[in-house]
Design a protein around this ligand. Structure first.
Ligand SMILES: [Zn+2]
Length: 410
């Protein structure tokens, strides 16, 4: 328990923010420094075949302790943290024996983490809660995952009488900017299946995610002096606005939940001459997903017809797909996880991810890979926190999965 906490507190102090503007892998040097540090620690912990490749991917092996035929199971976490919140000088605060009320996370700035704002906090009464000081994110996403995987390996190494098959672990860069699977060497990882440790609160188990596409809409208008603009000016900003108004108004992130998909206009830059609008399109259902892409293309067509003098260009790019079909064809991976949760006294809560995971992309690269909880909450922000007891349960789940006596499925 102490090792787990110390590890986590140590890891979050590394600023591992990715840099989307850098096309290299990893996208930031700090990620490489942390990867080097993790590779050293894995060696010291007694793992075998520790590798760190030039792209910042760390891999290692926990050798089998039985000659029985068992599947090779992998565990994966990511080393970067979200670029959406400050991540420099993370200064974690450990609150023991949480009383169930408001937590003052920064006395100077009077910043409070309150169950009034985040009701699930009250579930953790009596536990040890690790928070930020309200100035940065915490980085439990995904350093909790890394700490949990290494702590589970450490336990199994210290208890060699416990019989398990070969276990492989991997830490990947740039998950938060959607590139975590880009340079993942599935072949050299060499597992039958794997789990990402990248979920939220205790009990979460995820194997459905969005189908995802990105769209850039570029509108070229016609700029003329406003004084003589009558019947000649085409203001691309207004045309863009009109195009956006043709999309279903209530299918936006702020109005949707569960299995409801959306269009999300997240960036717009415009002048009379040219307006560029960036969207992401999301839907769990593959049919509704293609319908959505068509709705956007149709809207552009309608605008082109109306404004003959304007140019309307839509460039659509698929980003990732729902791993559900892959996982359902290998459903024993979920059954194994549910068994491991229940053995740890946790009732699995299966819910669709409203986003994507590295596991989704890895699943389509031939490595089925659902997502397990790490225990954290309020990811990507200053109110991120993680109960230590949830992290311990994640360690227990990993150990249970390693010790499963399941034979390699044929
Ligand atoms: Zn994550």
């Amino acid at each position: 328990m102490q090792n787990l906490l110390n590890r986590f507190l140590d890891y979050v102090r590394f600023d591992t923010r990715p840099d989307e503007s850098n096309q290299e892998s990893p996208s930031s040097i700090n990620q490489m420094l942390f990867a080097e540090r993790l590779a050293d620690e894995l060696e010291m912990t007694g793992l075998a075949a520790v590798t760190l490749d030039g792209n910042g991917y760390v891999m290692a092996t926990l050798p089998a302790t039985t000659a029985d035929e068992r599947p090779v199971v992998g565990f994966i976490a990511h080393i970067d943290t979200s670029p959406e919140a400050p991540s420099k000088n993370v200064s974690p605060v450990v609150h023991t024996d949480y009383d169930g009320g408001d937590i003052l996370i920064n006395a100077m700035q009077k910043i409070i983490l309150s169950p009034d704002d985040f009701p699930e906090l009250s579930k953790y009464k009596g536990q040890t809660i690790i928070t930020t000081d309200g100035m940065t994110l915490l980085g439990a996403d995904d350093k909790a995952g890394i700490a949990e995987i290494i702590t589970a390996c450490e336990y199994l190494i210290a208890n060699p009488h416990l019989e398990h098959g070969t276990v492989r672990i991997a830490f990947t860069p740039d998950e938060e900017i959607g590139r975590g699977a880009d340079n993942f060497d599935v072949k050299s990882f060499g597992v039958d299946y794997a789990y990402t440790l990248d979920g939220g609160g205790i009990g979460e188990l995820e194997y459905e995610n969005f189908n995802a596409a990105a769209a850039t809409v570029t509108i070229r208008g016609r700029s003329v002096h406003p004084g003589t603009a009558k019947d000649t000016m085409i203001n691309s900003i207004m045309v863009g606005q009109e195009l956006d108004s043709l999309l279903p108004h209530h299918e936006r992130p702020e109005y949707t939940s569960g299995y409801e998909g959306f269009f999300h206009l997240y960036d717009i830059k415009g002048s009379v001459e040219e307006t560029v609008m960036k969207y992401i399109i999301r839907d769990h259902d593959p049919v509704r997903f293609s319908d959505r892409k068509k709705i956007l293309s149709d809207a552009a067509m309608q605008i082109r017809t109306k404004y003959k003098g304007a140019e309307v260009d839509v460039s659509l790019r698929d980003q990732y797909f729902n791993m559900k079909e892959i996982i359902e064809a290998n459903y024993y991976i979920i059954e194994e996880a549910m068994k491991a949760y229940r053995k740890a006294g946790i009732e699995p809560v299966i819910k669709p991810v409203r986003g994507g995971t590295d596991g989704a992309r890895l699943s389509f690269m031939g490595l089925p890979c659902p997502n397990l909880f790490t225990g954290g909450h309020n990811y990507h922000g200053r109110f991120e926190y993680v109960p230590l007891q949830s992290m311990e349960k994640a360690v227990e789940v990993i150990i249970n999965l390693c010790l499963s006596e399941k034979k390699t499925p044929k």
